[in-house]
Design a protein around this ligand. Structure first.
Ligand code: BTN
Length: 273
């Protein structure tokens, strides 16, 4: 459960008219933008509409979620109206399956860039796409694939101090010194950044992260590369080594003590030093 008493602070509601004026329109990528008061999970809603044939460009943002989903089967709790929670539908049909592993990292770049621009804070990335601020987790991103559709769900803690954040390792824009960042401005900028990077990446035809400029941008923002890390792999296995690179499939390359390099496609990274 979210801590009692949370959600009391006032914050401007998401403004659909302003969003549409900023990033909507007949020629825009974001063709169907919706804001709902409450839902179980925006990812679940967008996945369902995607399965029913919705075209790419659908965006659903919610003031609150009752069953938000996180990576690795975890739940995702956010303070009602104190977070930005939304999902988008993309269909990168021309991008080969092997390169689609870059989609979650692309979303991380878009989110970190937008947070840096709108909130003027030093947001960085932890592989694959956690957005960090001052060492705490500011935002989480869950990319789920269903057929040719990829649903990217993003949750950002806007309000919250030490006692009213969902977990000890979380932080918020408020806690990180950005004050009461306007969520409509933030959402509009993330959608702009997503569009920019997605179109560049898709236009390469092969989902070429290096050729599209996405990889260098990721490397610039990533706090994981060059660090000693411990990775909790699916199935409770642990891997320790130095994070040396990200490959063409978005996998993290870890050099172990013995010198061998292991590619990791899923796991939780802990920065050791
Ligand atoms: C993570 O575990 O780091 C990923 C969290 C992703 C949360 C977002 S909030 C909007 C969207 N809807 C969901 O149910 N999950 C994602």
């Amino acid at each position: 459960m979210y801590p009692p008493g949370a959600g009391a602070a006032r914050i401007a509601p998401l403004d659909l008219a302003r969003l549409l004026a900023a990033v909507g329109g007949p020629d825009a990528m974001w063709t169907d933008i919706r804001v709902v008061e409450q839902t179980a999970s925006t990812n679940e809603d967008v996945l369902k509409l995607g399965r029913d044939g919705a075209p790419e460009g659908l965006v659903i943002a919610a003031e609150s979620q009752t069953a938000g989903r996180g990576r690795q089967g975890r739940s995702w709790q956010t303070r009602p109206s104190g977070a930005l929670t939304f999902s988008v539908l993309l269909r990168p049909e021309s991008v080969p399956q092997a390169a689609r592993g870059w989609m979650p990292l692309l979303a991380g770049v878009a989110t970190a860039r937008a947070v840096r621009q709108v909130a003027a804070v030093d947001a960085r990335l932890k592989w694959p796409n956690d957005v960090l601020l001052g060492g705490g987790k500011l935002a989480g991103i869950l990319a789920e694939q269903s057929g040719d559709a990829i649903v990217v769900g993003i949750g950002i803690n806007v309000l919250g101090r030490d006692h009213d954040l969902p977990i000890a390792t979380a932080t918020s824009l408020e806690r990180g010194g950005a004050g009461q960042t306007d969520r409509t401005d933030l959402l509009a900028e993330i959608l702009r950044q997503l569009e920019h990077w997605y179109l560049r990446w898709r236009e390469t035809g092969s989902g070429d992260a290096a050729g599209s400029g996405l990889r260098p941008e990721y490397v610039l923002l990533c706090a994981t590369l060059g660090r000693l890390v411990r990775v909790q792999l699916p199935g409770e296995r642990m891997l320790t080594g130095t994070a040396v690179d990200v490959d063409g499939a978005g996998q993290l390359l870890i050099r172990r003590d013995g010198g061998d390099v292991v590619a990791v496609s899923a796991g939780d990274v802990i920065h050791v030093r």
